[in-house]
Design a protein around this ligand. Structure first.
Ligand SMILES: [Zn+2]
Ligand SMILES: [Zn+2]
Length: 129
């Protein structure tokens, strides 16, 4: 299947649309150092789709979820390393550290995520000899 002149016209129009949008963005960036700094920190290859209001909201929600998730994982890993165990080791509540890794509270606790469990903070059980 060969490329038609119609296909090439569509590609030319898309490139022109992109060029105009980038010209607007470059003008805005030239006048706004905060915007320039924010854009410089974004890896758009992580973001699928256009950067309209809905796309930016979705990307922000995903970044918030990622940040919370990685913070919880990092704290779980830190405690596992301090205790000399792996993250899947049991907490004193009897459930795996993985079950505690979903959420880090503002006061840095890792509550057990199992509904029936009241454990408020991951505490790795000592390894039995
Ligand atoms: Zn627990
Ligand atoms: Zn538990």
């Amino acid at each position: 299947m060969s490329t038609t002149s119609e296909d090439l016209n569509v590609m030319a129009q898309r490139a022109e649309t992109r060029r105009k949008a980038l010209a607007v963005l470059l003008d805005a960036v030239d006048g706004d150092r905060l915007l320039a700094a924010a854009l410089a920190r974004l890896d758009v290859s992580d973001m699928g789709g256009v950067l309209d209001r809905a796309g930016l909201d979705a990307a922000r929600a995903e970044a918030e979820a990622d940040a919370a998730n990685y913070a919880a994982l990092a704290e779980t890993q830190r405690r596992a390393e301090a205790a000399g165990v792996i993250r899947a080791h049991r907490c004193v509540c009897g459930h795996s550290g993985i079950n505690h890794a979903y959420r880090l509270t503002e006061d840095e606790r890792l509550p057990c995520s199992l509904a029936e469990c009241r454990c408020g903070d991951l505490d790795f059980a000592p390894v039995r000899p």
